[in-house]
Design a protein around this ligand. Structure first.
Ligand SMILES: [Zn+2]
Length: 178
């Protein structure tokens, strides 16, 4: 598991938020030791949390790992595990298999949880990634959000877009090799 980062990043000056209830511009206020978004009109705290996503670690019989070439930011033009944000009514497992299907055309089955990871992000500030080992079958077809999908020998991986995905690959391989 990746080291947990305890230090809060300084809220960016360019991030402007408005209250979803009354439209007043939110201010930052030190509450419970954290700089929190606060609506001075409603007297309400607007909590911010890491954005949850799922990633699929697919390892085939020949010892290769499934990667997708990302067609959108973040990580555009780099390879990554099939992954994406969890929709509001989804479980992490459902989101993982949906993203796998959308990005590679493959049908998957969750085998086990590899781990839960934290990734600092310029776009999303902090993303929570839940990594699963997945067994996949079907015909490989690159889909939405990805330009290509392919298997790579675990010893010859291209540059991986996200440090959290590198860690999932590392931990996933460790589980297999014991
Ligand atoms: Zn308000």
């Amino acid at each position: 598991m990746e080291k947990e980062e305890k230090n809060q990043t300084t809220p960016s000056k360019i991030d402007v938020y408005h209250c979803p209830s009354c439209g007043t511009r939110l201010t930052y206020r030190l509450i419970e030791g954290w700089q929190r978004l606060f609506c001075p009109a409603c007297n309400r705290i607007h909590y911010q949390n890491p954005l949850p996503s799922s990633a699929a670690f697919v390892y085939d019989r020949e010892g290769r790992i499934l990667l997708v070439l990302r067609g959108i930011e973040p990580g555009k033009g780099k390879w990554a595990l099939p992954s994406g944000f969890i929709e509001i009514d989804e479980t992490p497992e459902t989101a993982c298999l949906r993203e796998l299907k959308e990005e590679t055309g493959l049908e998957g089955r969750i085998m086990r949880l590899i781990g839960v990871y934290s990734q600092k992000s310029l776009m999303y500030r902090n993303v929570l990634i839940i990594g699963y080992a997945v067994k996949a079958k079907g015909k490989l077809v690159a889909g939405s959000d990805s330009r290509k999908a392919d298997y790579f020998p675990s010893g010859k991986l291209p540059e991986i877009a996200f440090s959290s995905h590198k860690q999932i690959i590392h931990d996933g391989l460790k589980d297999i090799r014991g």
